[in-house]
Design a protein around this ligand. Structure first.
Ligand code: DAH
Length: 339
């Protein structure tokens, strides 16, 4: 009997040692400790044991049961731990693994030019001013010495909301708004969208962008205007850029001029970008008309100033070699990614 118990115990021990799955371990539990298990069968055979030996055998069986139970418990814990570790290993997150790349946007070429120009003029001590895109005819025209009957006020040029309210056709009204509010010295630029009643084609859009500049102080002359524009052109388009003025007419400046820059692609010899001219038209400018100063409460006897205005798209197109303005508004990432 004793030998049988020892045999069962050893057999159970080695079975438990070898097992590697929880289900199989449970089978072992049933095989040795279950209702019909081997130790239970031994217990049932106690009838054949002499009464003196019974307590001894009884306690041997209990001991064996306890040993097997403890081994099973220990093994169960080991197997559960191993299972958990396996699962943790499978589910670990590798924080060093490269993440999925999301497409990063880029700065729109128009915004890029506006930022560059701002940077240049902030460096020259200018401030950035702002004005409404829905503007009164008073500021868009009257204050700028552009009276009723002037062709710029024509329905074909300007979007009217009412007779007195327009989508601003230029950033110049910001000049008047600033001069009315601020005493000289004034040094501002104003970037923004402007609207014209134009059909869309490769060089026209009903919405485009301008940057306006205005300087008012004592003793400001055309030489200041020229020097300022020269610095601007060199910084924006390259140190070798030359600038030239052509007489022109704007109602709000006197004298008025258009400024051209030497072609920054060919250096002035003539190429596709400058259409063989060697020069590229850059902007309109002039000395602020005395009527405009007076309209805004500034004495033309005491103060003078210059102003200029240019189209951002035109500069972006020339600078980046873009030959169709529509590309700037289609927001095709394949185009925009290039800048
Ligand atoms: N506002 C003019 C235009 O849209 C550009 C311009 C010309 C602005 C001369 C100025 C200036 O400030 O002095 O064509």
């Amino acid at each position: 009997m004793k030998d049988k118990i020892t045999g069962i115990t050893n057999e159970a021990k080695s079975a438990i040692q070898e097992v590697s799955e929880l289900q199989a371990l449970n089978d072992i539990r049933v095989k040795y400790l279950g209702k019909k298990g081997e130790l239970t069968l031994v217990l049932r055979g106690m009838g054949e044991v002499s009464p003196e030996e019974r307590p001894v055998i009884g306690s041997l069986i209990n001991e064996a049961k306890e040993v097997i139970e403890n081994l099973i418990k220990e093994k169960e814990e080991n197997l559960r731990n191993a299972e958990l570790n396996e699962q943790l290993k499978k589910e670990t997150i590798d924080v060093t693994f490269p993440s999925k790349q999301r497409g990063v946007g880029s700065i729109h070429p128009i915004t890029k030019i506006i930022d560059e120009v701002k940077e240049i003029f902030l460096g020259l001590g200018y401030e950035v001013a702002d004005g409404p895109e829905i503007e009164t005819a008073h500021y868009n025209f009257d204050q700028l010495n552009t009276p009723l009957g002037h062709p710029a006020r024509d329905l074909q040029d300007t979007f009217y909301i009412t007779d007195d309210i327009v989508l601003r056709s230029q950033t110049s009204p910001v000049q008047a708004r600033v001069m009315e509010k601020q005493k000289p010295p004034i040094k501002i630029i104003c970037p923004g969208a402007v609207y014209r009643s134009d059909s869309v084609d490769a060089t026209h859009s009903p919405v485009f962008h301008q940057i306006e500049g205005l300087v008012i102080d004592k003793h400001i002359t055309m030489a200041d205007l020229k020097g300022t524009l020269e610095i601007f052109a060199k910084k924006c388009l390259g140190e070798n850029t030359k600038i030239r003025f052509r007489p022109h007419h704007f109602p709000f400046t006197e004298p008025s001029a258009e400024a051209d820059v030497s072609c920054f692609v060919c250096g002035g010899n003539g190429c596709r970008v400058c259409k063989g001219e060697g020069w590229i038209e850059l902007l309109g400018c002039g000395m602020v008309h005395p009527n405009v100063l007076r309209n805004c409460g500034i004495s033309p006897e005491e103060y003078s100033g210059f102003a200029f205005g240019f189209g951002v798209e035109r500069i972006a197109m020339a600078k980046y070699g873009i030959d169709d303005m529509r590309l700037l508004y289609e927001n095709d990432v394949r185009f925009l990614k290039q800048f």
